[in-house]
Design a protein around this ligand. Structure first.
Ligand code: FUC
Length: 777
C-alpha cells in the first residue's frame, strides 16, 4: 500500500513536472530535448546535485545558484603528503614464519604476527583536496525568477544555467578547456548593463593567501600545512561595459553587458613554479576571445566523445528533468534513454578526468569537495582504479587509458624497492592502495593490507592496451618491461604448498573479505586465495604472449610456462560455487562487496564457455549466492556484477543489476555512490553496458552477447574489439540487423552472433558490412 502511494506521488510529481516543462518550453521556446543533456529545473541544493566539468586536470562542480553561484574547484595534483618509505623492517624475517603458521592452519597467530611485523607505519598522511571555491554573489532579485534551467551538455562538455529575473534573461556557461588549460565562465544577459556581482575565491581552512589586483584574484597555499604541494589558482575578469574594481575583499563587477572569467590553477607537483605556470596559462587563454575558446574546447572534446553513439529506444521521459527521471526509475519506471545518458556520462567523465599527461582518475575522478575526501580520494588498486579504466579501450577512448599506464610505470621504482625491502625479492610489488607520491608498501589492517597483488592486477592494463592497439613500440618500451617486472615478482613470490606440491601465493587475502576458522575465529589471511592465482595466471600468460610478440626472453618465458603448470587451479566447492580460499570456510559476510574469486570471469578471461563451461556455471552460483545475501550494495560492486552477467551472457540479469545500480546507487547528478560518491561505479557500468553489446575476450568478436529483452531496437556505433576493430551494431526486434566493422589493423576477424560464426580476412582501413545472418553486403 505504502509503495503504491509512493508510486502515485511520483507519478503526480512527474505529471506536474511535465506540465511545467512543456509550458516553460513553449514560453521560452527552448529547443526540443536532446538526450545528451542532463538538465534540472532548479539550482543544486548540495554537492551531489552539482554538475562536473573537467579537462583531465582542472575540474569544477557547477551549482548554478541564482543569487549566488558556487564553482567548487579541483586540480588533479592538489595533494598533501610527500614520498615516504615505510616498509616494516621486520617483514622479511617474519615472512617464512607467517607462511608456516598459515600452512599449519594457525590463521589467528599468523595474522597477529603479520600485523605486527609486516604492516608498515605510514606516518606521512596524504590526501587529495579541493582547490577551493569560486563564488559569485549577484545582486539579482530572486523572488521573480522564471524559466530556470541548469544543464550539462555531454555533446559539448559545457554546463549552462539560464533563467529570467526582473525581466532580464541571464545565461551562464561553464567549461574546462584542455587546449587552453583554463576554466572558462561566461555570463551574459539579454539587456545591456544587467550584470552586477561580487566575485571571490576561498579555500576551506582559511589558510590560503589571497591577493586582489584590479581584475584578478590570486589564491595560493602550501597545502596540508606545508606538507603537500604548493598550489596557485587565479581568476581574471574580462568584461564588456560597466566597471570592474577590487573592493571589500572581492572583485566588484558593476553593470556589465557580458563577462568572461578565466581561471587557471597549477601546483609544483611536477616541478613547475605554480605562480608562473598559472600566470602563463592565464595570459595565453586571455589572448583568445570567448567564442574562440569555446570552439577550441568543443572541437577538442568532440574528437573523443563523438566516436561512440548509443541508442536504446525512446520514451517521453526525455521531457523530464534528469533528477525526476532518476526518481521515476527508482520507483519502477524503465527509461532506456536514461541508461543511454548514464552510459555516455561515463565516457564524458573519463574524457574529463583522464587526459594524456595527467594523473589517473582517482576514486572521485578529479572532483572532490573539502580537504578530507573519503579514502583520501586516492588510488585503490584492489579494484577501484582498475575499474575506472575498464571502459577506456572498448568505448574508443584508448588515449584516456594512458594516464593509468604511465602512472603504473612511475610506480615501478618504489615497487621494486618494496619487493626487495619487504620480501627480499626481485621484481615489482604494490599492495591495496597508492597515491601520487607512488608508495607501494603496505599499512593498516591485514584485512585489506596484506595483499601484494596491486601491481600484478594493474599490469593487465598494459597488455589490454596492446591488444586493442597492437602498438609494438609501446609494448617494447613501456608495457613489456613493466609486465616483466611484475611477473618476476610473482614468479619469485609463489611457494610450494607442502601438501599439494602446487604453487600458491601468500600470505595474502581475498580482498577485504573474512572467513571463520574451525575454532570460530574470524580471519583474513591464507596461503593461496583464489584471486591471487587468477591474477598471476593472467599476468604470466600475458607476459609470455608479449615476450613472443617481441621475440624476447625465451628462457624467462619457459620459466613462466613451467610455473603456470604448477600454479594451484581454480576449484569448485561442494556447493557448486567457485572457492574463494583453499578451504571451504564459513563466511561471516556472504554478501561481501568484493567478488574477487571471479576475477577470472571478469576482468580476466580464464572462465569462458569455450574453455571451461563448468567454471562458468560455478561462477553464476557464486554471484547468485552473493546477491541472495545482500551483495552488490556498493555502486562499484553492482557495476562489477553487471560485467559478470554480461560475461555469463545473461542479458536479463545484467540489465536487472544495471537498473539496480541506477535505482539504488546513483546520485541526482548521476554520479555513482558507494555511498558516498565514488566514480568507479560510473566507469564500471559504462564498461558493463558495452560488454552486454560486444565482447572480444575469448578470441572472437561476439555481437550482442547479452542483449536484454528491454532493448528491442537500438544501435551502438564506434565501440572497439580486441584486434583493432571498430564496430557499429544495429538491432531490431531484439535481433541483429546489421554490423559494420572497420578494420584498423588488418587482422582476421572471427565474428560471432549466437551460433553463427564467420571469419573475415580484413584489410587495414577497410569497412565490412554484414546483415543479421552475418552475410556480407
Ligand atoms: C576498496 C573497497 C571499499 C572502497 C575502497 C575505496 O577497498 O573495498 O568498498 O571502495 O576501496
Amino acid at each position: 500500500m505504502l509503495a503504491r502511494m509512493r508510486q502515485l506521488k511520483v507519478c503526480f510529481a512527474l505529471i506536474s513536472c511535465l506540465f511545467f516543462t512543456l509550458t516553460s518550453l513553449a514560453q521560452s521556446q527552448q529547443k526540443a530535448p536532446d538526450n545528451l543533456t542532463m538538465w534540472f529545473s532548479r539550482p543544486a541544493s548540495g554537492w551531489n546535485e552539482a554538475l562536473p566539468v573537467g579537462n583531465g586536470s582542472l575540474g569544477a562542480m557547477v551549482f548554478g545558484g541564482v543569487a549566488s553561484e558556487r564553482l567548487q574547484l579541483n586540480e588533479e595534483t592538489v595533494w598533501t603528503g610527500k614520498p615516504a618509505d615505510f616498509v616494516n623492517p621486520g617483514a622479511r624475517a617474519a615472512l617464512p614464519e607467517v607462511r608456516e603458521l598459515l600452512f599449519a592452519g594457525k590463521y589467528a597467530e599468523a595474522q597477529q604476527l603479520a600485523q605486527e611485523k609486516m604492516m608498515g607505519d605510514k606516518t606521512v598522511g596524504s590526501s587529495y583536496q579541493t582547490i577551493g571555491n569560486l563564488q559569485l554573489q549577484f545582486d539579482t532579485l530572486t523572488q521573480d525568477v522564471t524559466d530556470y534551467r541548469r544543464e550539462l551538455n555531454l555533446e559539448t562538455a559545457v554546463a549552462t544555467v539560464t533563467y529570467r529575473a526582473g525581466n532580464v534573461g541571464f545565461t551562464r556557461e561553464v567549461f574546462s578547456s584542455a587546449p587552453d588549460q583554463a576554466l572558462v565562465v561566461r555570463l551574459t544577459a539579454d539587456k545591456p548593463g544587467a550584470l552586477s556581482f561580487a566575485l571571490n575565491l576561498s579555500r576551506p581552512g582559511n589558510k590560503a593567501k589571497l591577493e586582489l589586483a584590479g581584475d584578478e584574484i590570486i589564491m595560493s597555499e602550501h597545502v596540508g600545512d606545508g606538507t603537500g604541494v604548493r598550489m596557485v589558482a587565479r581568476v581574471k575578469v574580462l568584461h564588456k561595459g560597466g566597471a570592474v574594481r577590487a573592493a571589500d575583499g572581492a572583485i566588484q563587477v558593476a553593470k556589465a553587458d557580458n563577462v568572461t572569467l578565466i581561471l587557471t590553477a597549477a601546483t609544483d607537483y611536477r616541478g613547475d613554479n605554480p605562480l608562473t605556470k598559472s600566470a602563463a596559462q592565464l595570459a595565453s587563454a586571455t589572448q583568445k576571445n570567448y567564442e574562440a575558446l569555446k570552439q577550441a574546447h568543443i572541437a577538442d572534446y568532440q574528437q573523443y566523445f563523438k566516436r561512440v553513439s548509443l541508442n536504446l529506444g525512446t520514451t517521453d521521459a526525455i521531457y523530464f528533468p534528469t533528477d525526476a527521471r532518476l526518481l521515476a526509475m527508482q520507483n519502477g519506471n524503465a527509461d532506456p534513454q536514461l541508461v543511454q545518458l548514464y552510459y555516455q556520462f561515463g565516457r564524458y567523465l573519463l574524457i574529463s578526468s583522464s587526459r594524456p599527461g595527467s594523473l589517473p582518475a582517482n576514486l572521485q575522478g578529479i572532483w572532490a569537495e573539502g580537504l578530507t575526501p573519503p579514502w583520501s580520494a586516492d588510488y585503490h588498486i584492489n579494484i577501484n582504479i582498475q575499474m575506472n579504466y575498464w571502459p577506456a579501450e572498448v568505448t574508443n577512448l584508448s588515449e584516456m587509458h594512458m594516464p593509468f599506464l604511465t602512472f603504473l610505470n612511475a610506480l615501478r621504482p618504489d615497487a621494486r624497492k618494496t619487493a626487495k625491502d619487504m620480501y627480499g625479492l626481485e621484481g615489482t610489488v604494490a599492495h591495496f592502495t597508492t597515491d601520487p607520491w607512488h608508495f607501494s608498501e603496505t599499512y593498516g589492517q591485514t584485512q585489506w593490507a596484506m595483499w601484494p597483488m596491486g601491481m600484478a592486477w594493474s599490469a593487465q592494463h598494459f597488455w589490454e592496451h596492446y591488444l586493442f592497439t597492437e602498438d609494438k613500440a609501446y609494448l617494447k618500451d613501456l608495457a613489456y618491461p613493466a609486465m616483466k617486472e611484475a611477473a618476476t615478482f610473482c614468479a619469485n613470490w609463489l611457494v610450494e604448498n607442502p601438501e599439494t606440491k602446487q604453487l600458491v601465493s601468500g600470505p595474502s587475502i581475498s580482498p577485504e573479505n573474512t572467513f571463520k576458522t574451525k575454532d570460530g575465529e574470524v580471519a583474513t589471511m591464507v596461503m593461496g586465495p583464489t584471486m591471487d592465482h587468477m591474477i598471476i595466471r593472467d599476468l604470466l600468460g600475458n607476459t609470455i604472449e608479449a615476450s613472443k610478440v617481441l621475440h624476447k626472453d625465451a628462457a624467462f618465458r619457459r620459466r613462466l610456462e613451467k610455473i603456470l603448470t604448477r600454479l594451484a587451479p581454480t576449484k569448485i566447492g561442494s556447493d557448486g560455487r567457485i572457492m574463494e580460499w583453499t578451504e571451504e570456510f564459513e563466511e561471516p559476510e556472504p554478501g561481501h562487496r568484493h567478488i574477487s574469486q571471479l576475477f577470472g570471469l571478469h576482468p580476466g578471461h580464464q572462465i569462458t564457455k569455450q574453455k571451461n563451461p563448468e567454471l562458468l556455471e560455478a561462477a553464476r552460483k557464486t554471484i547468485d549466492y552473493r546477491l541472495s545475501h545482500g551483495g552488490g550494495h556498493t555502486g562499484w560492486s553492482r557495476a562489477w556484477i553487471v560485467n559478470f552477467f554480461a560475461r555469463l551472457q545473461d542479458g536479463e540479469a545484467a540489465y536487472e543489476n544495471l537498473l539496480a545500480l541506477l535505482r539504488k546507487s546513483t546520485l541526482p547528478n548521476l554520479f555513482d555512490t558507494h555511498p558516498p560518491f565514488q566514480i568507479d561505479g560510473n566507469f564500471g557500468a559504462t564498461a558493463g553496458i558495452t560488454e552486454m553489446l560486444l565482447q572480444s575476450h575469448a578470441g572472437e568478436v561476439e555481437l550482442l552477447p547479452a542483449l536484454p529483452a528491454a532493448w528491442q531496437q537500438g544501435y551502438i556505433h564506434g565501440i572497439v574489439a580486441r584486434g583493432g576493430f571498430e564496430v557499429d551494431i544495429d538491432w531490431e526486434n531484439g535481433k541483429l540487423k546489421q554490423v559494420k566493422i572497420l578494420s584498423k589493423l588488418g587482422n582476421p576477424c572471427q565474428l560471432r552472433y549466437g551460433n553463427q560464426v564467420v571469419t573475415l580476412q580484413t584489410q587495414q582501413g577497410k569497412r565490412y558490412v554484414l546483415d543479421g545472418n552475418l552475410k556480407q553486403l
